[in-house]
Ligand binder design. Structure first.
Ligand code: ADP
Ligand code: MG
Ligand code: MG
Length: 252
């Protein structure tokens, strides 16, 4: 059982002109077995929410709480958040030149489990995860995200998700820049993860396209740093037909 609970979250970002409030009171509870989609126009603060959960230093929480199974996530270091069972895939994954995918995954797994995975099964697991993400085994020797295509970055994240096996996955724009084949591979990976039953998924996206392949239990429309509307997966269909216009007009 695991629950990620966000209550009245206020977050400011440091800009050259000083702090600017981006998140203006976000409330969201993700229980195990639930897939939530956050959808909203560009600039509404979706990535800020993901970065805040991840503990990015540029984002300052000025109010509210984030807990995982009652533990204060905001008091945790980035590493502690991963060990607690949070997985965060960012909209713009960073390059780590000189660190191979293989070493990166092993280091991450070791940090999360507190012990190194057994080498023989680990190599097999990595190869299987890469294969399921439609990546060649030789991919494990490449430097992390260096020269990766948009699709390779996202498929690598899916392999990470499978290998690190978190409790809750926050996936920011996991669908952006993907062609239809890559979108299917990524969606299948997220669905395999979600179908384990005891996992929570927070899928952040601007486009409704991925929701043809991943059926969220709940859809939250994000506008101007807040949730403006909530519903089931039918809300995604409505957004696909109507766009965000009615929400953005209301917010102005
Ligand atoms: P979304 O992911 O929904 O497109 P973001 O969270 O990326 O939205 O951005 C929300 C708002 O916060 C935007 O107006 C953006 O310009 C601003 N913002 C986000 N991060 C920063 C930053 N590091 N510096 C300055 N402004 C930022
Ligand atoms: Mg954006
Ligand atoms: Mg974003």
């Amino acid at each position: 059982m695991s629950t990620l609970e966000i209550k009245d979250l206020h977050v400011s970002v440091d800009t050259e002109d000083g702090p600017k409030e981006i998140l203006k009171g976000v409330a969201l509870t993700i229980k195990d077995g639930e897939t939530h989609a956050i959808m909203g126009p560009n600039g509404s603060g979706k990535s800020t929410l993901a970065y805040s959960i991840a503990g990015h230093p540029k984002y300052t929480v000025t109010g509210g709480t984030v807990t995982l199974d009652g533990e204060d996530v905001l008091a945790m270091s980035v590493d502690e958040r991963a060990r607690a069972g949070l997985f965060l895939a960012m909209q713009y994954p960073v390059e780590v030149p000189g660190v191979s995918v293989s070493n990166f995954l092993r280091t991450a797994k070791t940090a999360i489990d507190g012990e190194a995975p057994k080498l023989r099964t680990w190599v097999k697991d990595v190869n299987a995860a890469l294969q399921r993400a439609n990546l060649d085994p030789s991919f494990s020797q490449r430097s992390v995200n260096e020269g990766f295509s948009g699709g390779e970055k996202k498929r690598h994240e899916i392999a990470q998700l499978e290998l690190l096996d978190p409790k809750v996955a926050v996936l920011d724009e996991t669908d952006s820049g993907l062609d239809i084949d890559a979108l299917k591979v990524v969606s299948q990976g997220v669905n395999r993860f979600a179908e384990a039953g005891d996992k929570g998924v927070l899928l952040i996206t601007h486009y409704t396209r991925i929701l043809r392949y991943i059926k969220p239990d709940f859809v939250h429309v994000f506008v101007d740093g807040k949730i403006a509307e909530e519903g089931g997966s039918e809300l995604a269909d409505q957004l696909e037909a109507e766009g965000y216009d009615k929400y953005t007009r209301a917010a102005v």
